[in-house]
Design a protein around this ligand. Structure first.
Ligand SMILES: [Zn+2]
Length: 289
């Protein structure tokens, strides 16, 4: 089913524009959500201590407050806020003070556009295509926040998990049973692995955010995709994250975020499709027989 009738290819420029706009929104989410979470945590701590002495004003929430240049605080005009285009026209510099604009913005816009286009290219202009892009958008926000702030906020991981479970009730990608087991199994596997590491090495690189993120991915790709997800994202993490840590001489006490590798693998597996991945795994298994 397509809302564009006989010319579905006309939808691609439209979807590309929507992807750029969503990327622009995601850049607001990833820059505003973590300071807001830290502020709320401080507030709770002061309330628990029965003191208002250290109350600080709340930072902008995701949906309110104008975009400002972090350098000169000048309000960014709508025509300087057009995804990708404005960055290029402004030469990557603030119109008011000339301070460089973070490359995060054009990068997020570009990646979000690609993920959005891939979703409709693979699943078409219907609910399945929309479901895939929704999954991708959440994963982009989570990855970026994990890279920048080292957290995977509940307010993103939990809705992503619920959305996956809801989508499964209509069998959007997988039936409800593997989705439910995927959500539970994802959390439990990482909880168990993390506990094991704590016993052996005294600490583990996984946090509760990672458990919930794997639960969310499990709700979308299914329980039998959990082990492939963990295996592939670990290999990517060791090769890319490990390489990066060696290159930048980062200490093992300050490991690279795991969220982006989980996200990439989860999205790739959803895009390839459950049955295709199972066939590949069977063929791979045949090589060792
Ligand atoms: Zn400025």
């Amino acid at each position: 089913m397509s809302f564009l009738g006989e010319n579905p290819e006309l939808g691609y420029p439209l979807v590309a524009a929507a992807g750029l706009a969503m990327g622009s929104f995601l850049s607001v989410v990833v820059t505003r959500m973590p300071p807001r979470i830290r502020w709320k945590n401080r507030r709770k701590a002061y309330e628990a201590l029965d003191t208002t002495d250290y109350y600080d004003p709340p930072p902008s929430s995701v949906l309110t407050g104008k975009s400002r240049c972090p350098h000169c605080r000048a309000t960014i005009r709508w025509y300087d806020n057009i995804p990708l285009l404005s960055y290029l026209l402004l030469g990557g510099k603030c119109r008011n003070c000339g301070a460089p604009i973070s490359k995060l913005y054009p990068a997020l816009e570009l990646v979000t556009m690609i993920v959005t286009l891939l979703s409709v290219w693979r699943f078409g202009f219907g609910w399945q295509g929309f479901g895939a892009m929704l999954f991708g958008w959440f994963l982009i926000a989570l990855s970026t926040i994990d890279l920048r702030d080292g957290i995977l906020p509940d307010r993103l991981t939990l809705p992503l998990m619920w959305l996956g479970l809801v989508a499964s009730t209509d069998r959007l990608f997988i039936p409800s049973k593997p989705a439910l087991l995927g959500a539970m199994g994802g959390y439990l596997i990482f909880w168990f692995v993390s506990g094991l590491f704590k016993q052996i090495r005294g600490k583990s690189g996984l946090g509760r955010g990672d458990y919930k993120m794997l639960a969310a991915i499990g709700a979308w790709v299914g329980a039998d995709m959990l082990l492939p997800t963990i295996a592939i994202s670990s290999i990517l993490g060791i090769l890319i994250g490990g390489g990066y840590m060696v290159a930048t001489k980062r200490s093992a006490n300050n490991p690279v975020a795991f969220g982006p590798f989980l996200a990439f693998t989860g999205f790739a597996l959803l895009l390839i499709g459950h049955d295709e991945v199972v066939t590949w795994i069977q063929q791979l298994g045949g090589l060792f027989r």
